[in-house]
Structure formats: structure tokens, C-alpha cells
Design a protein around this ligand. Structure first.
Ligand code: ADP
Ligand code: MG
Length: 197
């Protein structure tokens, strides 16, 4: 990943999260406490404020640093979870893993941090299917489609982790906010890193 790609990735992620913050908040009003949009906007704007410093780093170091920024600036569950994702990917890259295996390390960190897995109506319901497709070398187009379909699939699910789980059966019928932000971020990564696929 080049310096320009890191800058493009940061700028596109900040833009996508900022543009969709209201929608993320609206989804979290139905399932949680209505702060997912502001949490994500605050975290990604803090990353954006360090764009030059991050772009000067090796990708693995930049991801670890960006993950720490999320952990320290986002109060909600999503800060430590997305922080774990980025730090895990960064750690994997620094250990010499290929991008798919580094992504696997990030997703594993989210599972451990959240004591969670697929099927609980969380961001993992987007991240895990995308990871599995990435590991079998799916194209950017397929990854975008899988992210979008996986987010759609959270609507009928019953939440068993996070605040949404407090609603029990009433969690059914709403898209999960974290699955929605994960879908957005996957689209951004595909747009920037695989522009022709
Ligand atoms: P909070 O729940 O603290 O208000 P946010 O609203 O920012 O934090 O984030 C909520 C999102 O975090 C949920 O939509 C879900 O995708 C994700 N999430 C919550 N708890 C977990 C968990 N234990 N494992 C994985 N993801 C989780
Ligand atoms: Mg919330």
C-alpha cells in the first residue's frame, strides 16, 4: 500500500462515515442508544486529523495507530471493536501475513474483544462473510456485493450481543448499525484498493 493509497483510504473513509452518520444514528436509535453515527464520525474525524502522520508510516504501523485513535476517541462499544479490527490487521501485516490473513487476524480480534461471532446481529455478520470471500480471492465487485447482502441479512436477525440484545425479540426487523458501518467501510476499501475490479 502506497502513501497515496493510505491518504485516499483515510479520506474516503472519513467522507463515507461523515455522509452516513445520520443514518447510522437513526439505525442505532431503533436498536441501541442512538450514538453510532456520532461515535463513528468522531473516531474517523480523529483519524483524518492525523492523515499526514499516518501516511508517512508503514501500512501495518498506520493501521495500529489508527486503531488506537479509535479506542481512545470513541466511547461506545464500536470504538474498541473497530480499534481491535484495525490493530489486528496492522499486527498481521507487520508479521508478514498477506492481506487476507492479516484481515483474518483483525476479525479474530473483534471476536475476542466482543466475545462474539456470526449470528449475533453485529458487525461480525458483515466482516466474517467478507473475510471468507477475501480468503477465496473474490474480486472487489463480489466483496462489495457480499458486504451489502450480509448487511441486509441482519434485518431479520435476533440480536444476542451488544445493546440491541436488551430488546430481545424487538431487535428483529432493523438493520444492525455496526453491520451497516462495516458495509460502508468495506465498500470504501474496495473502491480505493481495487478501483478496476
Ligand atoms: P454502543 O453499543 O456502546 O452504543 P455503538 O452504538 O457505537 O456502541 O455500536 C453499536 C454496534 O457495535 C452494534 O450495532 C454492533 O454491530 C456492534 N457491537 C456491539 N456489541 C458487539 C459485540 N459484543 N461484538 C461485536 N459487535 C458488537
Ligand atoms: Mg450505540
Amino acid at each position: 500500500m502506497s502513501r497515496d493509497q493510505i491518504l485516499a483510504l483515510i479520506d474516503a473513509a472519513v467522507a463515507a462515515i461523515t455522509a452516513n452518520a445520520e443514518e447510522l444514528t437513526r439505525l442505532d436509535q431503533a436498536l441501541g442508544d442512538g450514538d453510532h453515527g456520532s461515535n463513528m464520525a468522531r473516531g474517523f474525524q480523529a483519524i483524518g486529523a492525523q492523515r499526514e502522520a499516518l501516511a508517512a508510516m508503514e501500512p501495518g504501523d498506520a493501521l495500529q495507530k489508527a486503531g488506537m485513535v479509535l479506542v481512545t476517541t470513541v466511547g461506545g462499544a464500536s470504538g474498541p471493536l473497530y480499534g481491535s479490527l484495525l490493530m489486528g490487521i496492522g499486527k498481521g501485516l507487520k508479521a508478514g501475513k498477506d492481506p487476507a490473513e492479516a484481515f483474518a487476524e483483525g476479525v479474530d480480534s473483534v471476536k475476542k474483544r466482543g466475545k462474539s461471532d456470526v449470528g449475533a446481529k453485529t458487525m461480525l455478520d458483515v466482516l466474517v462473510p467478507v473475510l471468507e470471500a477475501f480468503q477465496r480471492r473474490a474480486t472487489g465487485t463480489e466483496l462489495r456485493r457480499i458486504a451489502s447482502e450480509s448487511r441486509e441479512a441482519t434485518k431479520p436477525m435476533l440480536a444476542t450481543r451488544g445493546r440491541a440484545s436488551f430488546l430481545g425479540e424487538r431487535s428483529i426487523g432493523h438493520y444492525d448499525p455496526g453491520a451497516t458501518s462495516s458495509c460502508l467501510l468495506i465498500q470504501v476499501a474496495c473502491d480505493v484498493l481495487e478501483p478496476t475490479a
